[in-house]
Design a protein around this ligand. Structure first.
Ligand code: NAD
Ligand code: DAU
Length: 357
């Protein structure tokens, strides 16, 4: 893998992955990061990287759905491998406006696969980053394995399931060298504050109510983002072509316990909020429609075959994450202020429409 295309590299996981590749891994090639910079794409996530790696890192703003422009990027950078993160990623948004999910997650993946197919023997790998949400919801027992049937329940998870099927079909029908990873909930630095953990950290810090959906007893299986990045890199290097791998950290938690823990850590780091424990700010609100009850990942294929293991437990990872949001107030302020969006428009011109919104 000499010339790696990373899509969605200005998002939460993509940016962490590019940092991991360049600063920590044994990857020796170059990265071209293609991202549309939707509300979720943030150039601050990779601040300084272009300067530090002028020969190994480039950013190009582009919509992955734009076939001709993407083809030009493939040609110009002599792309030989792809790690595909770009997606609309937030379940709540997909319930209100699914259109962009269908377009980016399904059509966008299809466009990339078509261009990749055109590379013939010049394609080393197409790695598709996907989610455990494609498997639907679990009861009290058991966990998702690579053999669990797909039963997506939201427009987001259905669009990711469709993209997984396309990737698999291109492997079977055209012999494309692909790998797919299905990962559980990530948390850590640079996560956009619409997702549970950063939202709760910032609300609790500022004394705002923390919305907990339904009875708060839905279960998610949390993985620190750097562990997800190391898993993806292990699969890209050594995963069996045509295979899928589940990725998770054995950290099942009820949402209410996650929120309470964040409150307690903030009380410890910053003192009580107006003399009250932050737990008093928790507010139960109307449930998310179709809210999956429980996710749990069995990643024994990945640990057994590739020797990957997560380095953080939830107890250590969540403390690091809270500390990161406290130490990076400028990032937080910019991402929430609209100042960032104004700056992007100054750099690239405004493109009204579905993505920039
Ligand atoms: P994110 O929303 O933070 O980032 C998505 C990135 O994709 C943004 O930078 C955005 O600008 C870019 N993008 C969106 N539409 C685009 C388009 N049409 N063309 C080019 N770029 C576009 O998402 P994330 O949380 O970093 O998730 C990344 C990937 O990992 C997604 O495919 C998601 O399904 C998957 N995933 C996420 C999690 C999680 O917990 N966040 C877990 C498992 C899998
Ligand atoms: O499982 C992997 C998936 O994890 C990824 O594929 C998605 O891209 C990612 O967004 C995440 O999906 P979730 O819906 O699980 O994440 P979210 O942070 O939105 O919600 C986590 C849990 O917390 C979920 O049960 C809903 C609940 N929740 C969420 C928010 C935003 C609340 O109770 N209150 C909230 O305000």
């Amino acid at each position: 893998m000499k010339n790696l295309l990373v899509t969605g590299g200005m998002g939460f996981i993509g940016a962490n992955f590019i940092r991991y590749l360049l600063y920590e891994s044994d990857f020796k090639g170059s990265v071209v990061n293609v991202d549309l910079l939707t509300y979720a794409g943030n150039m601050d996530n990779l601040a300084g990287v272009e300067k530090e790696f002028p020969d190994r890192y480039r950013f190009v703003r582009c919509d992955i759905c734009e076939r001709e422009k993407m083809q030009e990027i493939f040609d110009r950078f002599k792309v030989d491998s792809i790690c595909h993160f770009a997606a609309e990623s937030h379940v709540d948004r997909s319930l209100v406006r699914p259109d962009a999910f269908i377009q980016t997650n399904i059509v966008g993946t299809f466009r990339l696969l078509e261009i990749a197919r055109g590379l013939g023997g010049g394609l080393e790998l197409f790695h598709h980053v996907s989610t455990d949400e494609v498997f639907g919801s679990l009861g009290d027992e058991g966990s998702f394995t690579e053999e669990t049937p797909y039963r997506p329940n939201s427009p987001y998870s259905a669009s990711k399931a469709a993209s997984d099927h396309l990737v698999r079909a291109y492997s079977k029908s055209y012999g494309l060298p692909v790998t797919i990873s299905n990962c559980s909930n990530n948390y850590g630095p640079y996560q956009f504050p619409e997702k549970l953990i950063p939202l709760v950290i910032l609300n609790a810090l500022e004394g705002k109510p923390m919305p907990v959906y339904g009875d708060g007893r839905n279960i998610r299986d949390w993985l620190y983002v750097r562990d997800h990045c190391s898993a993806i890199w292990a699969i890209m290097k050594e995963g069996r072509r045509g295979d899928t791998y589940n990725v998770g950290g054995n950290n099942e938690m009820e949402n209410i316990d996650v929120v309470r823990l964040v409150c307690d850590i903030l009380d410890e780091f910053c003192g009580l909020y107006e003399k009250e424990p932050r737990r008093t700010l928790i507010e139960y609100v109307k449930d998310r429609p179709g809210h999956d009850r429980r996710y749990a990942i069995d990643s024994s294929k990945l640990t057994g075959e590739l020797g990957w293991n997560p380095q953080e437990s939830f107890a250590t990872g969540i403390r690091k994450t809270v500390r990161w949001y406290l130490d990076n107030r400028l990032w937080v302020d910019r991402v929430r202020s609209g100042e960032y969006k104004a700056w992007i428009e100054e750099q690239y011109g405004s493109r009204p429409g579905r993505k920039l919104g």
